[in-house]
Design a protein around this ligand. Sequence first.
Ligand SMILES: Nc1ncnc2c1ncn2[C@@H]1O[C@H](COP(=O)(O)OP(=O)(O)O)[C@@H](O)[C@H]1O
Ligand SMILES: [Mg+2]
Length: 354
Amino acid sequence: MSLLSIHDLCFRYGEKSVLKNFSLEVEEGEFVSLLGPSGCGKTTALMLIAGFEYPESGSIVVGGENLNDVPAYRRNMGMVFQNYALFPHMSILDNVAYGLRQRKISKPAAYKAAEEVLSLVQLQGMAHRFPGQISGGQQQRVALARAIVIKPRLLLLDESLSALDRKLRVEMEVELRKIQREVGITTIFVTHDQEEALTMSDRVALMRDGSIEQYDQPSVIYEQPKNLFVAGFLGKANFLKGDIEAAQDGHYSMRLEDGNRVQFGVPRPLEVGSSYTIGVRPEKMEISATPTENATMPGTVSLVTYAGGVTQYEIQALGKEWMVQSQNATVHGAIFDAGQQVWFGWKPDNSLIL
Ligand SMILES: Nc1ncnc2c1ncn2[C@@H]1O[C@H](COP(=O)(O)OP(=O)(O)O)[C@@H](O)[C@H]1O
Ligand SMILES: [Mg+2]
């Protein structure tokens, strides 16, 4: 049985329907991300789980207990907000001990527990400083320590890394996952950053407009997106939309909306006469100076973007702009120049049928 089981949650702010039949199952110890564009209802979903808002219909069950009528302070959840919300006039130690003192734990016991958690987040030397005297990354750790010291049933994190600069954020991602595994705490992490969701999570719930479009492991949600929205939100893709006109040897000819025709293979049969959307990720494409088994389409490179580990090519062909990414496997950097004629394409297995 899942630790958290949310079923058909509906919620509105006034006239505006914010969550629509939102359902989610989270296993004990799991790290789950709620990912989605700004305004899709991620924070609202956390607010309902934490008990700061109540649903219009549907249920939230934790460990078999229906929480619909349980107030926030009885739910025993740890929440970290984007702005950390530390108490500026209290020392780090008092900030972390606060939740325990609220629960009537004696001062020595609360301080002892707070010190233990501070050493878990590697801030043992900072206990007597004030929030204004430590860096953003350290404040982030204090907020995390304050949330986990109460041993919550669920840890709820709302965009809690997005205020950090990129390098620190990546460090904290690794750190947070390490701490989460060490403590074994079931975590729901809200983010609008697809890379963060993919690298950190056991499972990702991709939200759109108040409900979940797809809920899967990172590799499944990226490699087998269920629809156009999921494929477009997570990573980049070239999309082909049109009618299948003919089939030959497992390859199909599609008439695009602008009248151009493109040939490609797919992992499972398509119906001739029907219309489809096909997606291909840039890194699944091949680019070559001469035609090869998979690079069968001629095109012209219009833009070369060197990005260290990879090079991104923009190719003009069939009235379209294509994105192709290639690994910089040698020390010579980009191999093709803007203006150059190239051949490109992809293996049938790499066609996503959306
Ligand atoms: N307190 C509020 N009152 C009215 N509308 C709100 C309130 N909070 C959020 N909303 C609206 O609810 C929708 C979802 O918001 P939110 O859950 O914050 O989205 P996200 O966290 O995914 O960016 C948005 O359209 C937002 O404008
Ligand atoms: Mg939000």
